[in-house]
Design a protein around this ligand. Sequence first.
Ligand code: ATP
Ligand code: BTN
Length: 252
Amino acid sequence: LLAIQPCSFFEDHIALGEVDSTNTVAERELSSGRPTPFFVVADCQTAGRGRRGRNWHSPQHKNLYLSIALRPSLPPSRLQTITLWLGLRLCQLLRDTYSLPVQIKWPNDLLIHGRKIAGMLTEARVDSEFTRDLVFGLGLNVNTSETDFPEELHSIASSLSMNLGQPLNLSRIAHRIVHHLSDAIQDYLNEDYADELAHLWPEFDFLRGQGISTEQAEGTAVGITRNGSLRVEREDGSIAILHSGEVSLRKS
Ligand code: ATP
Ligand code: BTN
């Protein structure tokens, strides 16, 4: 099991071997009243998931599968950009620690040289205008090698070790990430970080200047709005705003 030292922000944590999904475990624990904040880590997942039920490849002992559970008691509008904020703070951490050119791809991926090294999945339960439960899930490819990935991920996925040319100590990086995220979460919950997010975004924005084509708009990505939607500039100069299913709301 992954050993992580306690950190004062969290009430406790759960380290497990094989699970279906750490997000699912965290949601179950929230429902049964476990005190927050807490986090869940696992050695591997049999049903790791991405957005819209897509699968997250989660082999044993190689990578980080982490879910952080909170009861923020804030209106959903105050939490709209939490995934982007935590993603940016992870980019900073990985750049500063390993000198890796990590970028964030709106709305929920972290990339190095255009290949995905991490995915984030935030799931929340809203109760009469307030967010009762929130789970932030992070899958970070730490020690997967090219051949560990299934064929269909070969050209699109990567890992920290593939970029650094050597394996990393998984416990150490897990520990760093958990501590860094606890700071980032406290910052975010204590203050309105809209200005800071807008200021930091261009530095790590993978999509900036890239062509975007969706049912709603065709144009060039030109950053995000204050509430975390993607701004796309059409050829005629008008701006389209694309919303994401970034925080999937499960009404209770
Ligand atoms: P979008 O751009 O809409 O987010 P996406 O392809 O990134 O699309 P997500 O739901 O964000 O979709 O992420 C899930 C996808 O990530 C999977 O369909 C697969 O292509 C890819 N994937 C799955 N496991 C891994 C992994 N361990 N590392 C990197 N990529 C993975
Ligand atoms: C995505 O790219 O769509 C998000 C992938 C998120 C994967 C992580 S792994 C830990 C947590 N548990 C899950 O089932 N999903 C997230």
